[in-house]
Design a protein around this ligand. Structure first.
Ligand SMILES: Cc1ncc(COP(=O)(O)O)c(C=O)c1O
Length: 390
């Protein structure tokens, strides 16, 4: 199936006024997503929030099914949360690691995750072990296996880091995790919607993701996947009357599905929007969407690397839709600003978001242009022309 780019762009009003290359920050929502959100808000305004939820129950519940279809799991393995971090935290803290437990992570790990490891090191005495990267810049699988011993209680990595095109070999990591029966938490915040995801093929026990990035959902949405056989190995760090039932004066019973990691109050409109965004992607085809965005990024990488004064910084044997670069003379914030003045949205990535990796490569601030399938070849050319002017 080939993508009808013109139709996809017509569905994306933002493409009329900007060249949006900040999809790794937050994508442009397609019209059906926007419409579903405002329709539900409208209904809430007209008839009341709880009454509107009741009326829209099918659309709300569809979000679980759509996400389950997308990442190939059961709907009972999905918890809907506010963002990727909220989901990730439920998984991480649910493990209840104790003194001397070791976590194996990768060099391209995301700041929020590392801050949490550091907090657990400070408060609980867990040990953080950063597995070095191989010659392609991805986690070294041999080295990961070498470091496994009885104290390793978690393998936790970012699938696609925030600072570049690298795609970590999540399935190879999954094989090692399975071989030694070590819990495996995958931060798939940037990868869901960017590349096809099959949780069984990856072999992760937990996976967290966000709605607003490559899934093109509304802001303030995310989810956590927990494999059904792993569910009872986690103790949800917080429970409320949604995740559990107060059954007698002195007891409660937790839900038996992944919704035990949720809490009562939801932005129903946004969750419905996330379901519509997921269906929109399923309709397009994850494979086709991914091939298109990766090939746009690859073209951009090639074109940028031909420009004088520009260095492209992307790592990885396999690369995704994010392209990072810097200019030998022009500071990164100025590049971002000049592009913004030309109607082109890009972002920047700093040491403090992925410190292990950025320090190793002596990088402090780089430009990040992140492509989606709805970006056009003309937009790519305009972006290159603007950078070339610098
Ligand atoms: C790799 C990675 N993990 C986690 C996050 C956090 O996602 P959220 O802001 O939805 O919690 C980000 C956000 O940029 C990210 O790039």
């Amino acid at each position: 199936m080939t993508l009808d780019i013109q139709k996809l762009r017509e569905d994306t009003p933002g493409t009329k006024t900007r060249i949006h290359l900040n999809n790794a920050g937050s994508s442009l929502m397609p019209l059906p997503v926007y419409q579903a959100v405002v329709d539900h808000l409208d209904l809430e305004m007209q008839i009341g929030g709880y009454e509107a939820h009741n009326r829209a129950m099918a659309a709300f519940e569809r979000t679980y099914d759509a996400i389950a279809e997308l990442i190939k799991c059961d709907r009972n393995e999905i918890a809907l949360v506010e963002n990727a971090t909220a989901g990730w935290m439920m998984g991480f803290h649910g493990l209840n690691l104790t003194k001397g437990d070791r976590i194996l992570t990768a060099e391209a790990e995301y700041a929020s995750n590392v801050i949490t490891y550091l907090q657990a090191a400070k408060n609980k005495g867990i040990i953080i072990d950063v597995v070095p990267s191989d010659e392609f810049g991805q986690i070294d699988i041999g080295e990961l296996e070498n470091r496994i011993d009885k104290d390793v209680k978690l393998i936790s990595i970012s699938h696609i880091p925030t600072n570049g095109g690298l795609i970590n070999p999540a399935s190879e990591v999954g094989k090692i995790a399975k071989k030694y029966s070590i819990p495996y938490l995958l931060d798939a915040c940037q990868s869901v919607g960017q590349i096809p995801i099959d949780v069984n093929e990856i072999g992760c026990d937990m996976l967290s993701a966000t709605g607003r990035k490559y899934m093109r959902g509304p802001r303030g949405t995310g989810f956590l996947y927990v494999h059904k056989n792993f569910m009872d190995k986690l103790e949800p760090p917080f429970l409320d009357l949604h995740s559990a039932v107060w059954t007698s004066r002195d007891s409660y019973t937790m839900r038996d599905d992944a919704r035990r990691f949720e809490n009562w109050e939801f932005n129903i409109a946004a969750i419905i929007g996330l379901g519509v965004a997921t269906d929109y992607l399923l309709n397009i085809g994850e494979q086709e969407a991914s091939q298109r965005l990766c090939s746009l990024a690859e073209k951009a990488r090639l074109r940028l690397s031909e420009l004088p004064n520009i260095t492209v910084h992307d790592l990885g044997r396999k690369k995704g839709g994010m392209v990072t670069f810097s200019h030998s003379q022009i500071p990164t914030p100025e590049i971002k600003e000049s592009l913004a003045n030309a109607g082109i949205n890009v972002s920047t990535s700093s040491t403090s978001s992925t410190r292990y990796d950025m320090e190793k490569r002596h990088l402090d601030l780089i430009v990040r242009a992140s492509f989606h399938y709805y970006n056009s070849e003309e937009e790519l050319e305009q972006f290159i022309a603007e950078v070339a002017k610098m």
